[in-house]
Design a protein around this ligand. Structure first.
Ligand code: 8IG
Length: 256
C-alpha cells in the first residue's frame, strides 16, 4: 500500500529516524509521498516527544527511492517484537536491500559530547529477546556492514565507532549498570536498533547503524539525565548529521 500510494515500483533503501534525527531526511532528495504512520497497517505513532510519526518516500538525484521511517515502535511500548520489527520488514517487502538505522543514545566515552555521531560497529542485545522465532539461526558476524561503514568514513574520517547496547528501558540506567556495561564492552546505550538490526539481517538486508550521542550515560558526567537534554542535543546537531546522513545514503546507493 505504501508503494501504491507513492506510485513507485520498489524501494532501494530504507532509513529509520531516531531521537535527534528527525530533520535528517530533508537533504536526501525530493519528497514523493508522505503518509501518516497511523494510516499504514502495522505502524503506530510513537507518542514520544521528538519522534515524528510519518513514512516518507523520497526520490534521490540519482532516481533511487528511499523509504524514511519516522515512526519506530520501541520494545518498551509492550507491543511485542513483531511491532518492533515491522518497519524493517515492511522495507524488505518493498524491495529495500539495505537499511540505515539511526538513534539517539547515551554515550559511555566522556570524550563524546552530546551531539557526537558515532558509527555502530557491533551490538549487545540485552533485551533478553529476539525478533525471530523458531529455528532461524542467523549469522550476525559483520551485522553492521563493513562496506557502508567504510563509505561513512570516506564521508567523514573523524567519525568514531562503538558497540551499541540495547536495553529494554524505558528507564535509563543506574551508574552501576553503566559501569557494568562498560566492562562488558558497551560504548553506547539505547532502547532501539539491535532488535531491528537482527530482523533486518534475517530479512536479507545490509544493515548500517549510526547513533547520535544525545547525553552522557548515567554517572559518566555530573549532570542528571533528561529527555529535554536529548531533544536539545539533537536540534543542535541537526544540520551536521542531516548532511552526513544524506551523503552516506547517496554514496551507498551509488556504490551498490
Ligand atoms: I536518547 O542514556 C537516550 N536513549 N538506555 N540510556 C538508554 N537509552 C537512551 C539514553 C541512555 N539516552
Amino acid at each position: 500500500m505504501l508503494l501504491q500510494a507513492s506510485g513507485v515500483d520498489t524501494i532501494d533503501l530504507a532509513c529509520t529516524l531516531g531521537s535527534g534525527w528527525g530533520e535528517a531526511a530533508g537533504q536526501l532528495g525530493e519528497l514523493v509521498t508522505e503518509i501518516d504512520a497511523e494510516d499504514v497497517p502495522g505502524f503506530h505513532t510513537s507518542g514520544v516527544p521528538g519522534h515524528s510519526g510519518s513514512l516518507k518516500v523520497i526520490r534521490t538525484a540519482s532516481r533511487a527511492h528511499v523509504l524514511v521511517i519516522g515512526a519506530r515502535t520501541h520494545y518498551y511500548e509492550g507491543k511485542g517484537v513483531d511491532a518492533v520489527a515491522h518497519g524493517v520488514r515492511t522495507a524488505a517487502a518493498a524491495g529495500a536491500g539495505a537499511v540505515v538505522l539511526t538513534n539517539g543514545c547515551g554515550g559511555l566515552n566522556p570524550a563524546w559530547s552530546p551531539g557526537t555521531p558515532v558509527l555502530i560497529s557491533d551490538h549487545l542485545n540485552l533485551t533478553g529477546t529476539s525478533p525471530l522465532r523458531g529455528a532461524h539461526f542467523v549469522d550476525l558476524t559483520d551485522l553492521y556492514s563493513p562496506r557502508i561503514r567504510g563509505i561513512a568514513k570516506e564521508v567523514d574520517s573523524s567519525l568514531p565507532e562503538g558497540v551499541y547496547a540495547q536495553l529494554p528501558g524505558p528507564h535509563y540506567e543506574t551508574p552501576a549498570e553503566i559501569r557494568y556495561l562498560g566492562t562488558a564492552g558497551a560504548d553506547l546505550v539505547g532502547m532501539s536498533t539491535a532488535l531491528e538490526a537482527i530482523a533486518a539481517r534475517a530479512a536479507g538486508m545490509e544493515v548500517f547503524g549510526i547513533s547520535l550521542v544525545t547525553n552522557l550515560a548515567a554517572g559518566i558526567s555530573e549532570e542528571p539525565l533528561s529527555h529535554r537534554e536529548v531533544i536539545e542535543a539533537g536540534q543542535e546537531a541537526a544540520p551536521r548529521i542531516s548532511a552526513l546522513l544524506a551523503q552516506i545514503i547517496t554514496r551507498t546507493l551509488e556504490e551498490s
